[in-house]
Unconditional design. Sequence first.
Length: 368
Amino acid sequence: MHFTIQREALLKPLQLVAGVVERRQTLPVLSNVLLVVEGQQLSLTGTDLEVELVGRVQLEEPAEPGEITVPARKLMDICKSLPNDALIDIKVDEQNKLLVKAGRSKFTLSTLPANDFPTVEEGPGSLTCSLEQSRLRRLIERTSFAMAQQDVRYYLNGMLLEVSEGIIRAVATDGHRLAMCSMKADIGQPDRHQVIVPRKGILELARLLTEPDGNVSIVLGQHHIRATTGEFTFTSKLVDGKFPDYERVLPKGGDKLVLGDRQALREAFSRTAILSNEKYRGIRLQLANGQLKIQANNPEQEEAEEEVGVDYNGGSLEIGFNVSYLLDVLGVMTTEQVRLILSDSNSSALVQESDNDDSAYVVMPMRL
């Protein structure tokens, strides 16, 4: 194997692929990246057995074909440290070492054979669709913050993707809050099809969606999801489990409708949060005609109080929330006005953008 490549052309896919590779590995080959040269194309593959990412680069100069695996992090660090305009010459020598040359710099890296490198098993794809990258990214960004981290209910450590006729929906919950976003998509799938993509898979997928005008092709199989853009193919195992019925979680029949300025609420919550209990992050909302009072206190007997004018005429209500959850929701919204729908102090709140029903957020109350 022998090829030359500009530093920039190699660094971008290498950084994304190395992001999948775990630092601490039981199998040495899993901390490596697989390099394959075929014709005028170089492909780079990284995997942790759950998630696999393949990046493709067109080579400008003729190359000698071949395949080998090398330590991902070391190769990336070498590329990063070279000058921006460096031309890198990479080849495998007789001792099966990888020689990397650029200008006056020369590096020799250890390798492992390519046939030791595991590939993610391919199952038959049962559903294929094509989406704009910017829209899929929006779907992920609006919901991924609500995914659980290391929850024993392993099916919560990921995101539900649900496809039904003409609609793709993302849902994430950690048991205390739920985020849901839907978008229209050109999918002729009459039955509901649900998969749970693990947390790491979702975060890696979002990193790939960098071309707003580009498309991404999605294949949902029985055990895998695969996403392909012009330069990358991403595959992730699915979480085997039953996601909670999110429709039962959505609050019904809330009679207290509050309309408020998103930025004003966000700033007031942020200031109040400074003096909330560091562990529980609780704040108290007091709702009365035309105004919302926000209070927080902590074990050091410190207190914060804010008042925000809102559009509300209904009965008074006092309810507690984890302020971080409210701030997360307001942080992903984009409209000027938001609406809160509440019923009583023991029921979850439904938060939505005022003129837009494609996203919905549910936040459970706290006892204060």
